[in-house]
Design a protein around this ligand. Structure first.
Ligand SMILES: Cc1ncc(C[n+]2csc(CCOP(=O)(O)OP(=O)(O)O)c2C)c(N)n1
Length: 790
């Protein structure tokens, strides 16, 4: 250890502490809305940062500012920029002001959305607020190193890994380790033997709730002791260290880093005796729930105080040298804060000036001049304006001049529109990829057939597709429950583990949450995972990371990170409450930011996978559970044809009524349409194919212009995905203009489907239901021509 390095550590830690103290003041004085800070956790983060190397990834939580600063991934100014919600990515690279403070992340993509070379940088995946959510992502970040090491010859030179030497570093609070996410991820990491180092920052509390309500024996390392590896059995290397003990922290992190990096053995570091000097967040004070003794203990055992003492006792610096460092740190933090505030505020002030001028012009031309001038005065009097102030003033002025016409009003209206556009860019852009690999850029290639094309089971068609994919792209690997040895429960991967090896086609434990995390983390590191959820009904276990993490990723980083994970599952119809669900409304509402494909058969499914694997966006593909044994024609160009997303297909032309459906219900609709044909009713049948995106070319409106009637059929609950489809059609395609009868939906019942054939028949829409519904719609439209069915 050398003096310079130690004092530099002290400087960074001290700056970080000051930033926490000042940050809290900024919230209390109203400059920022909320603050959560890393005070009390500085020292272990300094130690962790020392062993954090280029190519490594962090997956952590809101306490890690010191680590980020020590790793040179966060400046003090950027720390404040996030506190103020500065919307410029240069100022606030983690989220461009979209996430509250303490949500860290680095930019993994260039401005065009292409990967940067993460193996040459230190990296942080983007934080999210749900406690322990970082753990599931961590599994994938670590697994990627193992995959790159196992397949280095196959993959060759790449942007993401040098021989799989990268460690994924996780951090979590002691209380958050009570979450199932934590235990599942720890178990998965041990089974997989992947290079992850998990630090638990233990300050004995989770907001106000003490450890005795959080953790058995009040010690995470004690209860995880059984995970410790032995000479005979692989497992974890577990460390326990006090968070105020600088030399022990350094020694611990050095050891853990080496073991994880070289041996690919996961490590857990339980960092005890940490404190939280300012309490949990700016939302309340910890005096409410910590005892006097605990508060005193925290003051005496503050890691910064202990570090300061240690430096002096060991003779690395005396009090006045430390005081000088502290003074310099104060200046640095104050100047950074001031710069961050001005950089945040100045653009808004200049927007305000423009608006003010335009409103003044309007006042000059208007009969309401006095009232409009007072809007300008109010606006000018706001010392620290926000954009909402400007928008409100514009609207007030426009309201006062409602119904009048003048050049100055037109100019103000134009400004309002361009201001809305630029604020859309600031606050609502980047939900999906803007890169050249966005799905809209992937060309459609039609499936081709010849006289020799074979009729095969649907599942064989999938095997043929996945075989071609694995052959073609070494970044692709697939995993899930029963996916490896038997090639999934419906055998869509049959034989492919034998052909491509265990690292590329593998079984996982029953752990949907970390199956998603495994894919998400690996996709962040340039791989193309296909994560399988065995049945759609079990997607709920994995929905949290899809919804909170994957679906928000591009948005919350404003295009700074992407994880093109493909989640494969199967659903709709089979048997009983948990093997025939179709909760599509829930899904599409939960995962905006991902695509949702609902192919009617395996030919369409393979074509959609092929589009997705060429693109760089995450998606969920729901295959039809009852379609694996149905016969389909094997396309001659398997592996190269692709089905575009957002393009509907007209399966049958008709003139009386348009039926929109997707997935398994399409066959029922087709059968019903045949029977309707016999009594002279001609249905046009449309397969939506994908729900997100939905009919981007507005072709359903074209159909309804002809038939003037619309029925939506699916097997979700009433008001589920069918309501979404109706909203899209009414609002985006102005479909109401073409309707001659009430648009209808035909769905499953509100309850989950009952077991057995009768259970299915009475729970889900049947051929008879479609038949009767169509007749009732025709009867409503023209009672004279179409009698009621019964
Ligand atoms: C899933 C979820 N539940 C609850 C919360 C609210 N919450 C935020 S932080 C926190 C306590 C976390 O304590 P701990 O893990 O010990 O970390 P610390 O804040 O003490 O560093 C809680 C309950 C949340 N963010 N996410």
């Amino acid at each position: 250890m050398n003096k310079e390095e130690i004092l530099n550590d002290y400087r960074i830690a001290y700056q970080s502490r000051l930033a926490s103290l000042l940050g809290r003041k900024e919230v209390l004085t109203g400059k920022a809305k909320f603050g959560i800070f890393g005070d009390g956790k500085e020292l272990p983060q300094i130690a962790m940062a020392k062993y954090f190397k280029k190519g490594d990834f962090r997956s952590g939580y809101y306490r890690d500012q010191t680590f980020m600063m020590a790793s040179e991934l966060l400046t003090v100014q950027a720390f404040f920029a996030q506190l103020y919600a500065h919307t410029d990515i240069e100022a606030e690279p983690a989220s461009a002001g979209r996430m509250m403070n303490g949500h860290f992340g680095t930019r993994l993509l260039d401005e065009q959305g292409n990967w940067l070379q993460s193996k040459h940088t230190k990296n942080s995946s983007s934080d999210i607020s749900p406690t322990a959510a970082q753990m599931v992502r961590l599994v994938g970040l670590a697994l990627a190193s193992k995959y790159y090491r196992a397949n280095k010859d196959l993959i060759g030179e790449n942007n993401f890994s040098e021989n799989g030497n990268e460690v994924a570093w996780g951090t979590i609070g002691n209380a958050s380790s009570s979450e199932g996410h934590f235990f599942e991820a720890i178990n998965a990491g041990g089974v997989l033997q992947i290079p992850m180092v998990v630090s638990v920052w233990d300050d004995q509390f989770g907001i106000s709730v003490p450890a005795k309500y959080q953790t058995t024996k009040e010690s995470i390392s004690e209860i995880l002791a059984g995970f410790q590896r032995t000479a005979e059995k692989p497992g974890y290397e577990i460390f326990v260290v006090n968070g105020w003990d600088y030399p022990s922290l350094l020694a611990t992190y050095e050891k853990a880093s080496k073991i994880a990096r070289e041996e690919h053995v996961p490590c857990l570091i339980h960092v005890k005796e940490l404190t939280q000097p300012q309490g949990h967040s700016t939302s309340g004070s910890h005096e409410r729930y910590k005892s006097k003794e605990r508060l005193e203990w925290e003051t005496e055992n503050d890691c910064m105080l202990k570090f300061r003492e240690w430096i002096q006792v060991e003779g690395y610096a005396n009090a006045s040298e430390l005081a000088q460092i502290e003074d310099e740190a104060k200046i640095h933090v104050n100047v950074s804060r001031k710069n961050a505030w001005e950089a945040y505020l100045n653009p808004i002030k200049s927007e305000l000036e423009t608006a003010k001028q335009l409103i003044e012009n309007l006042a000059a031309e208007s009969t309401q001049s006095n009232a409009i001038s007072s809007i300008v005065e109010n606006l000018a009097s706001i010392g620290e304006p926000i954009r909402k102030d400007i928008a409100l003033a514009i609207n007030q002025a426009l309201k006062l001049t409602y119904g009048t016409q003048s050049n100055s009003r037109t100019e103000l209206v134009n400004f309002k529109q361009s201001y809305l556009n630029s604020n859309f860019e600031r606050y609502s852009s980047n939900l999906y990829s803007n890169s050249e690999l966005g799905i809209q850029h992937i060309p459609e290639i039609k499936a081709q057939y010849s006289e020799n094309s074979k009729l095969v089971d649907g599942r064989e068609l999938l095997v043929a597709y996945f075989d071609s994919l694995l052959e073609k792209d070494p970044r692709v690997f697939a995993f899930g429950e029963d996916l490896g040895k038997i090639g999934d429960v419906n055998q869509g991967f049959a034989g492919l583990q034998d052909k491509y090896g265990e690292s590329r086609v593998s079984d996982t434990g029953i752990r949907e949450l970390t199956i998603i995390g495994q894919g998400l983390g690996a996709a962040l590191r340039g791989l193309r995972p296909i994560a399988e959820i065995q049945y759609l009904d079990y997607l709920l276990y994995g929905l949290q990371p899809l919804s909170d993490d994957l679906a928000t990723l591009q948005y919350r980083t404003k295009g700074g990170q992407k994880a093109p994970l493909i989640v494969r599952t199967r659903g709709h119809r089979l048997e009983g409450i948990w093997h025939s669900g179709s909760p599509i409304g829930m899904i599409i509402n939960a995962i905006r930011g991902m695509y949702v494909c609902v192919p009617r058969n395996m030919t369409q499914a393979a074509g959609m996978y092929n589009t997705l694997m060429q693109a760089d966006e995450p998606a969920l593909v729901i295959e039809c559970l009852n379609g694996y044994r149905l016969k389909e024609m094997l396309p001659d160009n398997m592996g190269s044809y692709s089905v575009p997303l957002g393009k509907i297909e007209v399966l049958q032309e008709g003139i009386d009524l348009t039926i929109v459906s997707y997935g398994s219900t399409l066959r029922i609709v087709q059968d019903a349409a045949k029977q309707l044909e016999e009594i002279g009713i001609s249905c046009e049948i449309i397969d939506a194919q994908t729900l997100i995106p939905f009919d981007i070319h507005h072709q359903i409106a074209v159909s309804v212009q002809k038939t003037n009637k619309l029925l939506i059929v699916d097997e979700d609950v009433p008001g589920g995905a069918s309501a979404f489809i109706l909203q899209q059609l009414i609002e985006k395609q102005d479909l109401w203009k073409h309707l001659d009868a009430k648009p209808e939906t035909l769905t499953a019942k509100e309850h989950r489907p009952a077991y057995g054939t009768d259970g299915d028949y009475y729970s889900k829409p049947s051929i008879e239901d479609v038949f009767e519904k169509v007749i009732s719609m025709m009867n409503e439209y023209n009672p004279a021509a179409f009698a009621p069915f019964i």
